[in-house]
Design a protein around this ligand. Structure first.
Ligand SMILES: NCc1[nH]cc(CCC(=O)O)c1CC(=O)O
Length: 309
């Protein structure tokens, strides 16, 4: 009998769902048992709003537990990871990505086009706020925080006080609330956050047996898409402070696979946006992302002022 691998997880519904999904996939692929180890983070103990603490506190607590050898691996929402690599740790797998698009949850199942002018929509991310303003639908956008269930409860439930909320479709699906989605937003209207919908499976870099084992979960097209989107983000972080959005698609071209990367930098009021795209081969994913960021900066992305939430 091999002892179970210890998968460290936060206690939120989304974190538990993502961790259990990954544990089951690993056991199915390799036969190794996995046990979930609950990590209580300073963010879980604090009553301060998450937007103030930043998702970084959750990531740090899991990474500290990894480096302290209290757990063997962890599963993160990839979009919550800082773009810099962490010394001593390794992303051993990027499992098949969920749909990266954003989703609208609205009263009476209304779509964006059906929401009357003046409707109040809640969302926390400056990227979503900016793109909602850019639609010119006279929607009122209000910042909200909290976990996915509590955001959905702002629309559906006894305490409902908003007409709609915008969330990552992947998170809503993973916690089993897909039926509440009124509309999945076309990336032409709402370009997703870099790496949205993707997971990162992380372990210690020197744990070579586990690095090899976790590779069974890796999905090369998902990894390439995320690599392109985050390479773009990393380059832009150094040169601009406005909200950034990115979406990479992989398609079979005439001469093999092709990656199509779209990127946007939007002023927080939605008035100005720079949107560009690039194509290339998945093997050059990082280079495509860097080149697209350079194109965006050349087009004036650095002149769009924003906050880096
Ligand atoms: N910022 C919080 C966060 N981190 C990951 C997800 C959803 C799942 C994902 O994108 O993988 C969410 C919630 C949201 O943005 O609606």
């Amino acid at each position: 009998m091999t002892s179970p691998l210890r998968l460290g997880t936060r206690g939120s519904t989304l974190a538990l769902a993502q961790s259990q999904l990954t544990a089951d996939a690993l056991t199915a692929a390799t036969g190794r048992p996995v046990e979930l180890v609950r990590i209580v983070t300073p963010g879980d103990r604090s009553s301060a709003p998450v937007a103030q603490l930043g998702v970084g506190v959750f990531v740090s607590a899991l990474r500290d537990a990894l480096l302290a050898r209290e757990i063997d691996f962890a599963v993160h929402s990839y979009k919550d990871l800082p773009t810099a690599t962490h010394p001593g740790l390794h992303i051993a797998a990027v499992p098949p990505r969920e749909d990266p698009r954003d989703a609208l949850i609205a009263k009476g199942g209304q779509t964006l086009a059906e929401l009357p002018p003046g409707s109040v929509i809640g969302t926390g991310a400056v990227r979503r706020i900016a793109q909602l303003h850019a639609l010119g639908l006279e929607l009122q956008v209000t910042p909200i925080r909290g976990n996915i269930d509590s955001r959905i409860a702002r629309v559906h439930g006894p305490e409902a006080d908003l007409d709609a909320v915008v969330l990552a479709r992947a998170g809503v699906v993973r916690i089993g609330r897909a039926a509440d989605i009124a509309e999945t937003l076309d990336p032409m209207l709402m370009l997703p956050a870099p790496a949205q919908g993707a997971l990162a499976v992380e372990c210690r870099a020197d744990d070579s047996d586990l690095v090899e084992l976790l590779a069974a979960l890796d999905h090369a097209p998902s990894r390439a898409a995320v690599l392109a989107e985050r390479a773009m983000l990393a380059t832009l972080e150094a040169g601009c402070s406005a909200p950034v959005a990115a979406h990479a698609e992989l398609a079979e071209g005439e001469d093999g696979d092709e990656i199509y990367l779209r990127g946007a930098v939007i002023s927080p009021d939605g008035v100005r946006a720079i949107r560009l795209s690039r194509t290339g081969t998945p093997a050059d994913a990082a280079e495509i992302g860097k080149a697209l960021a350079a194109d965006l900066l050349d087009a004036g992305a650095d002149t769009l002022i924003g906050s880096t939430e």
